[in-house]
Write a protein that binds this ligand. Structure first.
Ligand code: ADP
Ligand code: MG
Length: 353
């Protein structure tokens, strides 16, 4: 079988400078009710070959951020500010044509819901092979061979036969796997996986995660992995970004953020999620309150109405001033480093254990 290699002239993976750099990203939607400030000054970086996990409650802006990177937003109702630079190319100002060329080839996304990515009117095989022919200059036969191989890799039985099925002839779990195959067809250098395995059983999930790791090993791809599953994060990601109400509140290596979390929201999130070690004796504590409306978010720190620690901060800073997120390992919180450490050791750690 012919295996097409990725564009021969692609530069070799370089040193630790970032492959994707997002700077001060702001995404706002005009709606009948007003302006939804869905992403508000978000910055992060990913190097080639690395995986960035993103966690945060539903509505925190994870999907919007990643759809914006791919340029999949409605320009008539969406305002995007800031910078998104992928391998030297600025994406916020890129044309539709440029973005289209990058999508499916240089960058691809695995969506939460396969029906958003697949058309009901074309066979699964056609949807896998056409972009491959277009982006890689492959023949029909080469593209079919590749598609069948990918369907097999994601665990679709009788892939040659299923190649000619329409998406509705697949079960939900099979559709999810077919969409993952579709995203991996062109060996994307940036892969965005938005809760990709949530609907799949544990065995298939493990296969898919292995497949993503293989892709990364072989092509040095960067992966953004959005999930609620801390076990998956611990297993897959190098770095972790915690998002709350459209902002990054904490960042660091997975080990740092899960081992010694520094932001009150991260404390709440970890206390409310099942333990990594499967300990079911420690009760889960939900974070009190609900995420704010993004039409009219709280001033200062957006987490302040739900935070148990604002009384430790003098001068009403929590409600007046946005806490900055420093570079590298950081938490955007007005508590001093000593206070964070003390609260973590005295109050949080015993609850997580
Ligand atoms: P999640 O972190 O769960 O992926 P999203 O990124 O999907 O959250 O959504 C972030 C916020 O933006 C939510 O409040 C959502 O309701 C809002 N939002 C997303 N898309 C649109 C849109 N097209 N128009 C208006 N509001 C939107
Ligand atoms: Mg989402």
């Amino acid at each position: 079988m012919t295996t097409l290699t990725k564009t021969e002239d692609a530069p070799a993976p370089t040193g630790p400078e970032s492959f994707l750099s997002v700077r001060d990203l702001r995404v706002q939607f005009s709606t009948e009710d007003g302006i939804v400030k869905a992403v508000d000054g978000l910055s992060f970086d990913i190097e080639r070959g690395k995986t960035l996990g993103i966690v945060g409650e539903s509505g925190s802006g994870k999907s919007v951020t990643n759809l914006t990177i791919l340029g999949l937003h409605n320009p008539r109702t969406t305002t995007v500010d800031g910078e998104i630079v992928l391998d030297g190319q600025e994406l916020v100002t890129a044309t539709d044509k440029e973005l289209e060329k990058l999508r499916g080839n240089k960058m691809a996304m695995i969506f939460q819901d396969p029906l958003t990515a697949m058309s009901p009117y074309y066979t699964v095989g056609r949807q896998l092979s056409e972009p491959y022919m277009k982006h890689m200059g492959a023949s029909k036969k080469e593209a079919k061979d590749r598609a069948v191989q990918m369907l097999e890799k994601v665990g679709i039985p009788q892939p040659k036969v299923r190649f000619d099925d329409y998406p509705h002839q697949f079960s939900g779990g099979m559709r999810q796997r077919a969409m993952i195959a579709m995203a991996l067809m062109c060996d994307p250098e940036l892969l965005i996986a938005d809760e990709p395995t949530t609907a799949l059983d544990v065995t298939v999930q493990a296969q898919i995660l292995d497949l993503l790791k293989d892709l990364q090993q072989e092509f040095g791809s960067a992966i953004i992995f959005i999930t609620h599953d801390l076990g998956v994060i611990a297993n897959m990601a190098d770095d972790l970004l915690v998002m709350y109400a459209g902002r990054a509140v904490e960042r660091g290596s997975v080990k740092e953020v899960l081992g010694t979390p520094q932001h009150p929201y991260t404390w709440g999130l970890l206390s409310s999620m099942p333990r990594l070690d499967g300990d079911i004796d420690t009760p889960l504590t939900p974070i009190p309150g609900t995420p704010p409306s993004l039409l009219n978010p709280p001033s200062g720190c957006r987490f302040n109405p739900r935070c148990a620690h604002t009384d430790k901060v003098a001068g009403g800073l929590c409600t007046s001033t946005r806490p900055p997120l420093a570079d590298g390992r950081a938490a955007a919180c007005h508590l001093t480093a000593e206070q964070k450490q003390a609260v973590f050791i005295d109050e949080i750690k015993p609850r997580l254990r």
